[in-house]
Design a protein around this ligand. Structure first.
Ligand code: DQA
Length: 151
């Protein structure tokens, strides 16, 4: 049985492909979603891939995912990474493992992108690998949720 996980995308990520391609590349969010579904199938994960520009919607989806039996979340919170106590609290409230992820290396960019409200509540952080950041986050979730057997 595939393990249900949520890949959650925050504001402006619906513009990927057209948005600042020098920073974010030319791959669209729909293409990233397809790659996540394919990688999930390989890793034994069933992927629910979503995007919203609204902070409260993202909070609602985190709560609903936990109530629906989702086992982990890969979260690109976009700019809310750097501003949202509400998303930090939502992650703590549900207790699910969350991998924070970013397409760009936020630590090599403006100072205001260096702080994350998500990171202290996350199991780990992946940044700077473009669309591959999503696949690495799924690999991390799969490893956490299906630990290798010793014997
Ligand atoms: C981002 C980095 C954030 O700083 C920015 O606000 C985004 C995208 C990334 O994936 O690199 O919207 O999360």
């Amino acid at each position: 049985m595939a393990i249900p996980i949520l890949v959650l995308n925050g504001p402006n990520l619906n513009r990927l492909g057209k948005r600042e391609p020098g920073i974010y590349g030319s791959t669209t969010l729909a293409e990233i979603g397809e790659r996540c579904t394919a990688a999930g199938a390989r890793l034994g994960l069933s992927v629910d891939f979503r995007q919203s520009n609204h902070e409260g919607v993202l909070v609602d989806w985190i709560h609903e995912a936990a109530d629906a039996g989702v086992r982990g979340i890969a979260l690109n919170a976009g700019a809310y990474t750097h501003t949202s106590v509400a998303l930090h609290d939502a992650i703590r409230a549900v207790g699910l493992p969350v991998i924070e992820l970013h397409l760009s290396n936020v630590h090599a960019r403006e100072e205001f992108r260096h702080h994350s409200f998500i990171a202290p509540a996350a199991a780990g952080v992946i940044a700077g690998f473009g669309p591959m950041s999503y696949i690495l986050a799924l690999e991390a979730l799969a490893a956490m949720l299906q630990p290798a057997q010793d014997s």
